[in-house]
Write a protein that binds this ligand. Structure first.
Ligand SMILES: Nc1ncnc2c1ncn2[C@@H]1O[C@H](COP(=O)(O)OP(=O)(O)OP(=O)(O)O)[C@@H](O)[C@H]1O
Ligand SMILES: [Mg+2]
Length: 305
């Protein structure tokens, strides 16, 4: 078993949630967006990195947290140094690259070291990534999740107030079936799902610009209709996306004129609108809390009252 990571190995009890709904905000962070999937390898990290960089380019103060503790990708994709920086209190300091402050297990462990922690330790380390890190004040914190509906997803949903999630899938039926599990988990726990993103849904010829479908289409849109969620802009397969990702150079900044980057920028606009809508709704909900006029208004709307 590898030795636990200095400073991230939980040494003290995690503070208990003190808000009425059991959720404890992350200091200085306005909105938190989850990038999720059912199946692995469908492009979550690629999409999380590009959304974060595109939001930062729009002027949003943006952070990116790699919640994939067992298979972190963000340190490499963001081109950060891969070493832990700490402030005087021992908190980790996220490094800013491409306008985004990011933190990943890749900054805390050597690339070849496996993380072999069991459930409770993982949950505590994960919460430390949210709460015991010197995040600057942020408009948005994008969280790159591991695949599936396990401990990490549940720990976040039970402890951290989240604005919403986007669920990434590829067009194949097996991937969409797993995406449905992720969508259902968010719905069961009352989290807004901003929409479904179909990644690698087509190939666009770089010479003539002709679009070729790679798989039969229709499975992901069917899921979106069934679960009453939006189909967001899909992203075509672009071999340079992988090359840029491996070299810490996100596509939206490195090749903004490519078809895939244009789709990622459009997707970012959609996500940004959803985040802003959710923020306004939250402000209204907070105003209404304990406001007798608002309570009367809602009571009068209920049939039979
Ligand atoms: N649109 C795309 N075009 C070409 N390659 C892509 C595209 N999206 C992702 N990739 C490549 O596919 C591979 C998997 O992508 P990524 O790591 O983002 O998936 P993931 O869902 O985060 O995987 P995991 O579940 O393991 O965390 C990477 O090599 C990435 O560069
Ligand atoms: Mg990933």
């Amino acid at each position: 078993m590898n030795s636990p990571v200095p400073n991230l190995t939980p040494q003290k009890p995690v503070p208990q949630p003190d808000s009425p709904d059991g959720l404890q905000p992350v200091k200085g962070v306005k909105s938190i967006l989850l990038v999720a999937s059912g199946k692995g390898g469908v492009g979550k990290s690629t999409i999380a990195v590009n959304i974060a960089c595109a939001l930062a380019a729009k002027g949003k103060r943006t952070g990116l947290l790699d919640a994939d503790l067992y298979g972190p990708s963000i340190q490499r994709m963001m081109g950060t140094r891969g070493e832990l920086m700490q402030d005087e209190t021992g908190n980790a300091i996220p490094e800013q690259t491409h306008g985004v402050w990011s933190l990943s297990m890749g900054n805390l462990t050597p690339p070849e070291s496996p993380i072999t922690w069991k459930g409770s330790l993982v949950a505590q380390a994960l919460l430390q990534l949210f709460r015991e890190v010197s995040w600057p004040d942020l408009d948005v914190l994008v969280v790159d999740l591991p695949p599936g509906t396990g401990d990490i997803q549940l720990t976040i949903l039970e402890q951290i107030p989240i604005s919403g999630a986007v669920v990434v899938t590829t067009p194949q039926e097996l991937a969409v079936a797993d995406a449905e599990r992720a969508v259902n988990m968010f719905h069961d726990l009352g989290l807004p799902v901003f929409g479904l993103v179909e990644n690698m849904n087509a190939y666009i010829c770089p010479c003539c610009g002709e679009e070729q479908a790679l798989y039969p289409s229709g499975t992901a849109p069917r899921l979106a209709r069934k679960r009453h969620i939006s189909m967001l802009t899909g992203i075509p397969l672009d071999p340079s996306a992988q090359e840029f990702a491996d070299n810490g150079a996100p596509l939206v900044l490195s090749a903004p004129e490519s078809a895939a980057a244009k789709c990622l920028l459009k997707l970012t606009d959609e996500v940004n609108e959803a985040l802003e809508r959710e923020e306004s709704a939250q402000v209204l909900r907070e105003k209404d809390l304990g406001n007798p006029d608002a309570e009367e208004f809602w009571d009068n709307l209920l049939p039979g009252d």
